[in-house]
Design a protein around this ligand. Structure first.
Ligand SMILES: Cc1ncc(COP(=O)(O)O)c(C=O)c1O
Length: 412
């Protein structure tokens, strides 16, 4: 007799991805002047997400020169890791205190780091400033860790209230982890000042808190060097730290999934333990990371001409983001904080109902938490965007129709 089993009936249903639903809605909208500030990728003035010139050139080099596609090993491309470490630390060598593991994107790096912490300190809590990239908490929870959120924004949501953050962190215990965006915060665009980074480094050192820096947007804020300064302060101060790096935005290789986890440890023996455990974790997750995107990045960073061209194009992208930020900020004092923020994102204090209204009436697509992708705007659509959203911001010419929205989750 056949035994019928419903293998998956015990699963809990999952919420559909809100951002994917928004993208589908945007695509289905026939209006020619619709505006997409939802999707989290860089867009040129023309609205494209082009392959960068140096990436195309490096791909041509690989096509003609790559002699084998044999396995690389769980640690991935070690020359790639070494070159990336140079970008992060300004130093040439990974050395005896740091190990770099190539991962599928920044997400892969965060997940291996989370699993590593769960093995090393199963009782550790991970402190995450709220709001953050909606995938952060799930990554740590899926690794079996407890997540605690802390406040870091001021009352308007446009800047950092550092005292509030430090006081929220008084509950953090030795051995807990503190997740920090290295630059260009997603979704708020806020950044710590150098003094604040130094204060955070002192706090981690004194209290035995392990920092996990998520550096996903280096070069899209103030510059490659400038955007690494916070991470450098932290790495110089504390014995143990993790850093998740994503090349997906600054090389615009999103779908190639390019990243690395850097493990920084106070002693060589601990580093060796962390290294072998990270390799074991990676082996069970994806065995070996995908090669192509990392090989492209390695080819660019190893070739002075390609590297200069990449830096130039990245600088153009950065300048364009700044121009749009200035344009928004000068349109109305309510938008002024956007000029001080950096990277792809800022967050408007706009109610979820108003977000639905501007979508209906103006074809402006933004996720329910009010995050806007600055690169979705350009000279053609900026004033229409401002006209659409401004009346819905709290404080706009006495219009009290909207309150700051309760943040809702989006997934990318
Ligand atoms: C803050 C932050 N960290 C990490 C990631 C993950 O990057 P990747 O696409 O390389 O996995 C993202 C992606 O949006 C992000 O915004």
């Amino acid at each position: 007799m056949k035994v019928s089993s419903d293998a998956f009936a015990g699963l809990q249903s999952q919420k559909p991805d809100a951002l994917l639903a928004l993208i589908a809605q945007y695509r289905a909208d026939p209006r020619a002047d619709k505006i997409d500030v939802g999707v989290g990728v860089y867009r040129s003035e023309a609205g494209d997400t082009p392959v960068m010139r140096a990436v195309k050139d490096a791909e041509a080099v690989l096509l003609s020169e790559q002699a084998s596609k044999s396995y690389l090993g769980a640690e991935g491309d070690q020359r790639f890791a070494q070159l990336l470490w140079q970008l992060v630390s300004g130093s040439n060598r990974l050395g005896t205190r740091c190990f770099g593991l190539q991962t599928p994107g920044g997400t892969g790096a965060l997940r291996v780091g989370a699993e590593l912490l769960a093995r090393a300190r199963p009782d550790a809590r991970v402190w995450i400033g709220e709001p953050t990239w909606p995938n952060h908490a799930p990554i740590f929870r899926e690794a079996g860790l407890q997540v605690r959120t802390h406040r870091y924004l001021g009352a308007t949501g446009g800047d950092i209230d550092f005292d509030a953050m430090v006081s929220a962190l008084t509950e953090a215990r030795a051995g807990d982890m503190l997740l920090l965006h290295g630059c260009c915060h997603n979704p708020t665009g806020t950044q710590f000042s150098q003094e604040q980074w130094m204060a955070l480094a002192g706090l981690c050192l004194q209290r035995g808190i392990i920092p996990f820096i998520d550096l996903a947007y280096q070069g899209l804020g103030d510059g490659m060097e400038e955007d690494a300064q916070g991470a450098r302060h932290m790495l110089a101060a504390v014995p143990d730290a993790l850093l998740a790096y994503s090349c997906d935005k600054n090389f615009a290789v999103y779908r190639d999934r390019v990243g690395a986890l850097f493990i920084h440890s106070g002693t060589e023996s601990s580093l060796e333990l962390a290294r072998t455990n990270a390799l074991t974790i990676a082996r069970s997750l994806w065995s070996m990371p995908p090669d192509h995107g990392a090989a492209v990045v390695r080819t660019i960073l190893d070739n002075p001409a390609l590297r200069t061209d990449w830096e130039d194009e990245l600088a153009d992208m950065r300048r364009r983001l700044q121009i749009v930020r200035q344009g928004l900020a000068s349109a109305d004092p309510l938008l002024a904080p956007i000029a001080t923020q950096r990277g792809l994102f800022s967050r408007l204090p706009i109610h979820a109902d108003a977000i639905a209204t501007v979508r209906r009436t103006h074809g402006i697509y933004m996720p329910a938490d009010g995050r806007i992708n600055i690169a979705g705007l350009n000279q053609t659509n900026l004033s229409r965007f401002v006209d659409g959203v401004l009346p819905h911001l709290p404080g706009y010419r006495g219009n009290s129709a909207s309150d700051p929205s309760a943040p809702q989750e989006v997934s990318a």
